[in-house]
Each structure stands twice: as structure tokens, then as C-alpha cells.
Write a protein that binds this ligand. Structure first.
Ligand code: SF4
Ligand code: SF4
Length: 471
């Protein structure tokens, strides 16, 4: 069998098959990939969605260029172990705060999902935003509309080859640019501009740029909807997050059934399959709520268009709750929403409190190697190493001294701080040493005391407790 005949055979099999609840439509029955050819759609939801996608893409691309107080608005500086977020700076010591941020984002997604289903997937997930908002329209521009694509793919020939080659070349260039834009969240934009396109002298950045470009190209050119269906864990959680009152995209069987090709007979659904042809995950929404539905609204606009043509009211496929589809009534606010909301507010409050408690510097005791003390000329000597970190995005001068009343009950104690004044650059750190010498006669056992570090500008101070040890 020749290649065109094989392609036609596969297409025939695909046409005979309909999306069902037992299998993935994007996988053929023989295990091969059924590359979905998603039809174009226009309508009010599509317009709103594209406007929202455009706004998100602008924010994504513009954010690394925005600076606040001379620092990038959003930057995760991995080598410098620091992060900048809208004017606030964080070091690795503040990492625990990200627990609250991640939990808050996760829980926020739970709240939104319990109310409105998968609006995140359909309107804001980068996978959908770039796939439906950028890569799919480019494919249409180069390869034409759905039927033209299907016919050309079956026929083969030079027309197919040059269009595919052009599409993939454009995809690679675009993926490379998106990869660079993504890396600007980790490498300051100005540095990145000096590095591109060849990354001379920075092999790590070069490897990462190639990795992200390859990953994005693989995803947007081939893997596509399978990221949502197979890899994304959020889709799998959907069943536990939505309930009878969640607003979802659904088909109204009471209005639509029995399906009939005739406009004047049966229900309102004329079984045109337009809602299936526009679905980017290849499902038939008429089979009910499915894990594969990413809430993209394509089927709403497609069906509304058909309803307009056949002179029936819009909304056979619409946003509504399962209760709404069955009884015509919906209930948005319910206990689950309040429980999630209270936990979310609690996390937010904790985050605010912990963030407000943050000092502009941090001091910790580092363990010294070897014996914790030495004995010299009848005295016990302890060595301490303190690690001082400036967490502010300005340089600062610090003074280090024993805390007031340190080891007061031990006569003859001598404190030696070789570097009592320390200047640190913004987000910089340095180890400091200090010695404490105590006459043996004064030593009555291990005892705790503190060093005080004071920020000369802000007057902020912190005590770090250490232990004096002896024989
Ligand atoms: S687009 Fe509307 S009318 Fe056509 S098959 Fe889907 S639900 Fe039925
Ligand atoms: S069923 Fe409708 S909303 Fe869900 S993914 Fe398909 S087209 Fe989008």
C-alpha cells in the first residue's frame, strides 16, 4: 500500500470513529496518534478569550522589562539565591514564605474551580494561551482552514511539504523567543540581551535556552492536547473539585435530545458535529462532563452559530451548573466555597504576618570545625563564626558586639570581635569571627549568651544566641 493510500485508510477509520467516554479520541484504535485538526470558530466567547490571551501574553513578555527601584519587578536569581517580587527582595532564608504563596495559589485555584470549573485551563493556563492564542492561529494562517489541511495532509505533495516546513520553521523561531522570554525571569533582561543569540561564555544559559526551546517546540508542534490529557495533574483533580453546583460548560440534553438531522423534528441538536470539530481535545461535550474538557468555550460559540442558522435560541451548549441543566436553577455560594475561602484567608494572613516580621538582614551561627573550645594559659577560648546576610537591595553597615549583659556573671571574660563594623553590598553576605576568652576559675559549665548585630541605617537589631563551652 502506498503512503497516500495508508493516509486515506487512516482518515477513513478516523471518520468512522466518534469520540466516546472510554477512549482518547486523539489516540487511534491501533495506538497511533490521531492528530486533531481543530476547526476555526468565531463568537462572543472566542473574542473575549482572545482579548484576554493577548493581555496575558503582553504581561508575560513585558514583565521582565519592568524595574522597580532599579531591580526587575519579577526575578528569581538562582546563583545569587535571591528573588525580587514587585519591589520586595527575598533571600534563601525567606524560602518558607513561598510555602504560603504556593499553598495560596493552589487553594485559590481550588476556590475558582469549585465555583467556575476549569476557567483557569480555558482562559489563563500558558499551555492553552499559547496553543490556542498563538500556535493554532499560525497553523491556520500557513496551512489553511480545517478541511483544506485534512485534504492536503491526505494528498501529500510539494504544497504540503513547503507549508509544513514553513510552519515548523516559524514555530522553532517562536519557541526560541518564548524560551528567552521565560529565561528573563531568571537572568536580568539586560544581561540576557548581551548573551543572545550565541550565549558566548555562558554555556549554562545556552543549554537551558536549547532545552526550553526544544520542550516548547515538542509541546506546541506535536504533543499539544496530550499535555492536558496525560501530563497535567490539575485536570485529574477536577473530579474532586467540582460538584453539582459548579458552573461548567455543558450540553443541555433536555433541549437537545433526541438529536435529529431535521430542524423541525426531535430536539434542538441537529447532530452537525460542529461542537466536536472545534474541540481542541477531541471530545463530544454531548457525552457529559469529561476530564478532557479544558473549558475553552469553543463548543459554545460553535453551537450558538448553528442555533442562529437554524433559528433556535442560543445556549444549547452553555455555562451552567449540573443543577442548572437539570432544574433550571443554580446555587453559586455553598459551604465548600466558604471553607476554601476561610483557609485561603488564613494563609494570606499568615503570609502577611511572616512577611512583616522579616528583617532586612539575617544572622546565623555556623558550626566551627574541630574542638568547640581550646585551653590556653589557664583560660578557655571559644571561637564563633557568624554568617551575616544583607537581605535589602541597598548596601548596609552593621555593628557586631556582645549583647548587653552577656556572660555578666563570669568575671574576667574577654570578647574579641576582630571586625566589629561590617559593610555588605545589597543582597550580599559575609562570615564574621568572634572569640570569647574566660578564665578557668570563672567557668561553671556551658552557658548561653548572645551577640547583637545592629543595622547602622535602620537601627534594626538582632540577637544571635551562642553557647560558651568548656571542659
Ligand atoms: S454544535 Fe450544537 S447542534 Fe451541532 S452537534 Fe453540537 S450540540 Fe448539536
Ligand atoms: S468540550 Fe467544549 S469547552 Fe470542553 S475542551 Fe472541547 S470545545 Fe472546549
Amino acid at each position: 500500500m502506498t503512503a497516500p493510500e495508508q493516509r486515506k485508510g487512516r482518515a477513513r477509520l478516523r471518520d468512522q470513529r466518534r469520540p466516546d467516554l472510554d477512549s482518547l479520541y486523539c489516540i487511534n484504535t491501533d495506538g497511533s496518534r490521531n492528530m486533531l485538526q481543530v476547526a476555526e470558530v468565531k463568537g462572543r466567547w472566542t473574542t473575549r478569550k482572545y482579548l484576554f490571551y493577548a493581555a496575558l501574553i503582553v504581561v508575560y513578555l513585558a514583565m521582565p522589562w519592568i524595574t522597580i527601584g532599579g531591580r526587575p519587578a519579577v526575578l528569581v536569581d538562582i546563583p545569587g539565591r535571591a528573588a525580587y517580587l514587585f519591589g520586595a527582595s527575598f533571600t534563601n532564608q525567606d524560602f518558607h514564605l513561598f510555602f504560603f504563596v504556593l499553598m495560596g495559589l493552589g487553594l485559590g485555584l481550588f476556590v475558582v474551580t469549585s465555583l467556575f470549573g476549569r476557567v483557569w485551563c480555558g482562559f489563563a493556563c500558558p499551555q492553552t494561551v499559547f496553543m490556542e492564542g498563538v500556535f493554532r492561529p499560525l497553523e491556520r494562517l500557513i496551512e489553511g482552514r480545517r478541511l483544506a489541511r485534512i485534504r492536503r495532509n491526505e494528498k501529500g505533495g510539494p504544497d504540503k511539504i513547503w507549508r509544513k516546513a514553513l510552519k515548523h520553521a516559524v514555530y522553532i523561531v517562536l519557541c526560541w523567543n518564548l524560551a528567552i522570554a521565560f529565561m528573563c525571569y531568571f537572568i536580568p533582561t539586560r544581561e540576557m540581551l548581551h548573551l543572545v543569540p550565541f550565549f558566548a561564555g555562558n554555556t549554562t544559559a545556552l543549554v537551558w535556552s536549547l532545552f526550553w526551546t526544544g520542550l516548547l517546540y515538542f509541546d506546541y508542534s506535536w504533543f499539544r492536547e496530550q499535555t492536558c490529557l496525560i501530563i497535567c495533574p490539575y485536570g485529574r483533580l477536577q473530579a474532586t473539585l467540582v460538584d453539582y453546583d459548579t458552573i461548567i460548560i455543558g450540553y443541555d440534553p433536555q433541549r437537545g435530545e433526541p438529536r435529529s438531522k431535521g430542524v423541525d423534528t426531535g430536539g434542538d441538536c441537529i447532530d452537525c458535529r460542529r461542537c466536536v470539530d472545534v474541540c481542541p481535545t477531541g471530545i463530544d461535550i454531548r457525552n457529559g462532563l469529561q476530564l478532557e474538557c479544558i473549558g475553552c468555550t469553543n463548543c459554545i460559540d460553535a453551537c450558538d452559530e448553528i442555533m442562529d442558522k437554524v433559528g433556535k435560541p442560543r445556549g444549547l451548549i452553555r455555562f451552567d451548573s449540573s443543577r442548572g441543566f437539570e432544574t433550571g436553577r443554580s446555587r453559586l455560594l455553598r459551604p465548600r466555597f466558604f471553607i476554601y475561602g476561610v483557609v485561603l484567608l488564613g494563609l494570606l494572613a499568615l503570609f502577611v504576618v511572616r512577611a512583616a516580621e522579616r528583617k532586612t538582614f539575617d544572622v546565623t551561627v555556623l558550626r566551627t570545625t574541630g574542638l568547640p573550645f581550646t585551653i590556653e594559659a589557664g583560660s578557655i577560648r571559644n571561637l564563633y563564626t557568624l554568617q551575616l546576610e544583607n537581605k535589602a537591595d541597598r548596601s548596609a553597615v552593621y555593628f557586631v558586639a556582645p549583647a548587653a549583659g552577656a556572660l555578666a556573671g563570669h568575671p574576667g571574660v574577654e570578647f574579641i570581635v576582630p571586625q566589629p563594623r561590617v559593610e555588605l553590598p545589597a543582597m550580599g553576605g559575609a562570615p564574621l569571627t568572634a572569640f570569647v576568652i574566660m578564665p578557668r576559675a570563672s567557668y561553671t559549665g556551658a552557658v548561653e549568651f548572645a551577640f547583637t548585630v545592629r543595622d547602622s541605617a535602620g537601627g534594626e537589631s538582632a540577637d544571635v544566641t551562642v553557647r560558651f563551652r568548656g571542659p
